[in-house]
Write a new protein. Structure first.
Length: 233
């Protein structure tokens, strides 16, 4: 169920997208969105304490939702797993409704004070792709899979921003090359695991890595300070 909080943020985001190509994800864009969406300044600031920065994050999450829905609805069973991963990245890029908004967002999240938000957004995208594809890892591989895919995704987005080829064909070829690079790394890792000599040499580090576990997700519960819709008794 959509909460008033989410509805208001969606209204502000929709209004802001008309201004982002000209003013970026800035305070000017945020103020213009408040006027266009006919939201009171106090409510807008309560929903987006950091103004346009919060809207930029919301825009990224909106694209993630579209990608996630498509991954769940598409039949990828006939594809190799590396092609399923590539499809996830491609679906995420194809979910973009405004290339200039992404370009402006890349500039915003490159700033030191917002770099953490950018890294978190990219990591979240990689996590959603792996989760949608049925990843069940609960050890250090949970982290390495997402870290590697984060690198592939971010590199592909940067390439796509400068791509003027027909139907983004050059971008998809670039993506395939990056996936191939990752698969080569996985082959090397497998060779190391299968080597008795190397396995003995790496026994200590491997034991330490085996202690690393994937994070436990918190249950979806109401917490103090969250804006939720009234319960219907």
């Amino acid at each position: 169920m959509t909460t008033p909080y989410e509805t208001t943020k969606d209204q502000l985001l929709d209004a802001a997208l008309d201004h982002v190509p000209f003013d970026g994800w800035s305070e000017a864009t945020f103020q213009a969105a408040i006027v266009d969406a006919e939201v009171t300044p106090a409510l807008a600031r309560a929903v987006c304490p950091r103004g346009a920065v919060d809207l930029a994050v919301a825009y990224h999450l909106r694209g993630d939702d579209v990608m996630e829905a498509r991954l769940k609805s598409e039949d990828l069973s006939d594809l190799r797993f590396r092609d399923r991963i590539a499809s996830g990245v491609r679906f995420r890029i194809e979910a973009v409704t405004d290339k200039e908004a992404v370009r402006r967002g890349t500039t915003l999240f490159a700033l030191p004070m917002h770099a953490g938000d950018g890294a978190k957004a990219i990591w979240g995208t990689a996590d959603k792709i792996w989760t949608a594809l049925g990843d069940t890892s609960d050890d250090v591989n949970w982290y390495t899979k997402r870290a590697t895919l984060s690198g592939v995704y971010s590199a592909t987005v940067l390439y796509w921003l400068g791509d003027d080829s027909v139907d983004n064909q050059a971008t998809w070829e670039f993506l395939d090359r990056r996936i191939d690079d990752v698969m080569q790394i996985e082959k090397v890792k497998a060779q190391v695991r299968d080597s008795p000599t190397l396995s003995k040499l790496l026994a200590g580090p491997n034991w330490l890595l085996s202690r690393i576990k994937a994070p436990t997700k918190m249950p979806d519960i109401d917490l103090p300070g969250r804006w939720t819709t009234p319960r219907q008794d």
